[in-house]
Design a protein around this ligand. Sequence first.
Ligand SMILES: Cc1cc2nc3c(=O)[nH]c(=O)nc-3n(C[C@H](O)[C@H](O)[C@H](O)COP(=O)(O)OP(=O)(O)OC[C@H]3O[C@@H](n4cnc5c(N)ncnc54)[C@H](O)[C@@H]3O)c2cc1C
Length: 427
Amino acid sequence: MAKTKLDDMKTIPQENIIWDIVVIGGGPSGMMTAGRAGERGKKVLILEKNDTLGKKLLITGGGRCNVTNNKKDNRIMLAKYKGNDQYLFSAFSQWNVEDTLDFFHKNGMNTKEENEGRVFPVSNSSQSVWDVLHNYLIKGNVTVQSNSPVTGISINKKTGFFDIKIKNGVTVHAKKCVIGTGGTSRPETGSTGDGFKWLHKLGHNIIVPDVSLVPVALTDTWTKKLSGLSMPDIKLTTYQNNQKQESHKGKILFTHFGMSGPTVLNMSREIGELLKYGEVSIILDLFPHLDFPELKSQLQRTLVEDSNKKLKNVLGKLIPTSLVTPLLEQAKIDGETFSHSVSSEDRIKLVQFLKSIPLHVKELLSEDKAIVSSGGVDLKEVNFKTMESRIIPNLYIVGDVLNIDRPSGGYSLQLCWTTGFVAGNSI
Ligand SMILES: Cc1cc2nc3c(=O)[nH]c(=O)nc-3n(C[C@H](O)[C@H](O)[C@H](O)COP(=O)(O)OP(=O)(O)OC[C@H]3O[C@@H](n4cnc5c(N)ncnc54)[C@H](O)[C@@H]3O)c2cc1C
C-alpha cells in the first residue's frame, strides 16, 4: 500500500489544541465523516489505532470491494435493511446510492455492476476505493494520527468538551466526537468492539449479536461417512477467491451435515462474514505440527515397518481408521496396494492430501441465514438526520457501530457512506 503524508504523520502535541471534530476510527465510515467535515472547513482529526487507515476496507469483497448496490430508488434500497427503514429514511434522503456512485465517479473511480446490483470498482481492487477516500481527506486538510489506540472518552466537566485518551497517555480535546470504530468481525483489522464499551459506559444501550457460534454445513457429501469422528489437533484455514483468510488450530467434529466442534464454532462468525461475499472453502491440515518432508518421512517409516501389509491397513497407524478408506478414495489412491509397492508419486499425493484436505462450505446452520444481525447501538438512541446521539449531545455514531441488519451485496458499505456523509455534513 502506498504511504502518503497522512500515514507518515508523527504524534502531534495535543495539549493546546481543541479540535472541532475528532473521529475515532479510520474505517470507511470514519473517513467519509472526516472528509466531508474537512471539505466544509472544519478542523478534523482522525485517531486510528492501526498504522494505516481502512484495513478492513482493503479486504472487502475478496479484495475487490463491493462498494454499494445499484438501487437508486430509496424505497427499494431501504427495504433491504429489514425493519430499520424508518430510521434510515432521513439519512438516505441526504446521501443515497446515486450520491455514492457520483462521488466515486467524480473522484476518478469508475464502477461496474455485477449480479444482483452489486457495484465494484472497474479496477477490481479495493485499493481504488481507499485511494479516493484518502485523497478526500487530503483535500479536506484532515489530520490523521495513526498508531493511536483510544482507550476511553469522557466529558470534561469544566470545558464541556470531550477528553479522548490515547494509549500513549496523551489526551486529545474535541468539541465534537465521532465514534467510527466498527463492529467486532475480523478483529485483526482493528475492529475489536472498543466503541461499544465506551458508548455503553456513556449510557447507550448496546444490542449484542445473537447468531455467532454455529456449526458449518459442507457441500462435500463424502464427509458424511465420518459422522461422529472427532479429531483433537487439526489446522483449519479458510479461503475465498483462492485467497487465504484465517487459520485456527484445535478440535473438530465431523457430523452428518458437515463439521462442528469448538474450533469450527469459534470460526463460524468469520465464515458467516465471508459467506456474505462469496464461496468459502476450508483446507484441513491433519498434521499441523509436521511440515511436508517430516510427514513424508513418517509415512515412509510406517510403510517400511509394515511393508507386506496393504496400504489401507497400515494408514490407520497415522490417522483414525474410519478416515482411511474415505480419504484414500478422495485422494484417488488404491488402498489395496501393498506398502512396499506404493509409488513415490502416490506417497507424495498422500502427504499432500493429509496436509490439505479441501472442503467446501454450504452454509452456516442457523435459523436465519439470509440476514446477519450486526449488533450495536440501539437505533432509537440516534438522530438519523444528523447521526448525533440522543443520549450524549455532540457525540456522533457512524458505520458498523450501529445495530443495522443488512444482507450481503454492498449494503454495509453504503451505510458507511450514508451515515458518514450525514455526520460530516451536519456537525
Ligand atoms: C471479509 C469481509 C468482507 C467484506 N466485504 C464487504 C463488501 O464487499 N461490501 C460491503 O458493503 N461490506 C463488506 N464488508 C463489511 C464492511 O467491511 C464493513 O461494513 C465496514 O468496514 C464498516 O466500516 P466502519 O468504518 O464502520 O468500521 P471498520 O471498517 O471496522 O473500521 C473501524 C476502524 O476503527 C479503528 N478502531 C477501532 N477501535 C479503535 C480504537 N480504540 N482507537 C482507534 N481506532 C480504533 C479500527 O482500527 C478500524 O480502522 C465486509 C466485511 C468483511 C469482514
